[in-house]
Design a protein around this ligand. Structure first.
Ligand code: ZN
Length: 209
């Protein structure tokens, strides 16, 4: 396994920079970093912790980086848990495949077939994700920004990343985003005047809580 390479700081930046010609070696061009940031929003940070727990359980090998942080190695990718972040890096296809697999497990944990045998949500999941009927409303990481509510460039109210795809917080998608100082994200009716926006990375992480 290779050590973490110095390429780009997130999948979003990766997308934004993809059009720029690069003559570095092909391994660097093909490398993606997805960084899940500690934000201070409990729902988000619990989601990141839960995501790490699952990733750690799936690692082919376990190791440490140069400063002693735990690293999980996978085919074509690796995950590093740091004090303030969880980073998944590697070949783009391998990184996205890991995230897709995590989402699949999350969907399965929320699923409870209806009496007629159709796909459905457990009663607890229906209470949290109000208005949803199946786990399939949870989108794949790479597909999130292509959904209708998203805009190409904004500032995340949670992690503070700027110039990344964002959407106004969805009450049913990321329902429990209470902050330390207000209930800003709990219901869309409570939107701040400035708006409460969430980025691709944070929107993906929170449902894992
Ligand atoms: Zn964010």
């Amino acid at each position: 396994m290779t050590k973490k390479r110095n390429s780009r700081s997130s999948a979003i930046e990766d997308t934004m920079q993809a059009a720029q010609p690069q003559k570095a070696n092909t391994e660097l061009i093909d490398t993606t970093n997805v960084v899940f940031q500690h934000t201070g929003y409990p729902w988000n940070d619990l989601g990141v912790a839960a995501l790490w727990r699952w990733l750690d359980s799936q690692a082919l090998e376990h190791g440490r980086d140069s400063t002693g942080n735990p690293v999980g190695h996978y085919k074509g990718a690796e995950c590093t848990l740091r004090e303030k972040s969880l980073t998944i890096s590697g070949k783009e296809a391998a990184v996205y495949a890991l995230l897709d697999e995590a989402l699949k497990v999350l969907r399965q944990s929320l699923e409870q077939p209806t009496k007629k045998g159709n796909p459905g949500l457990s009663s607890l999941a229906r209470m949290v994700f109000a208005g949803q009927n199946t786990p399939n409303f949870l989108a794949k990481f790479a597909e999130l920004p292509s959904k209708g509510q998203w805009r190409a460039s904004g500032e995340c109210s949670e992690c503070g990343h700027k110039g990344v795809p964002t959407r106004v917080l969805g009450t049913s998608y990321n329902p429990l985003l209470v902050g330390w100082d207000d209930m800003a994200g709990f219901y869309s009716e409570l939107r701040k005047q400035s708006g409460f926006e969430i980025c691709q990375v944070c929107a993906f992480a929170t449902p894992f809580a």
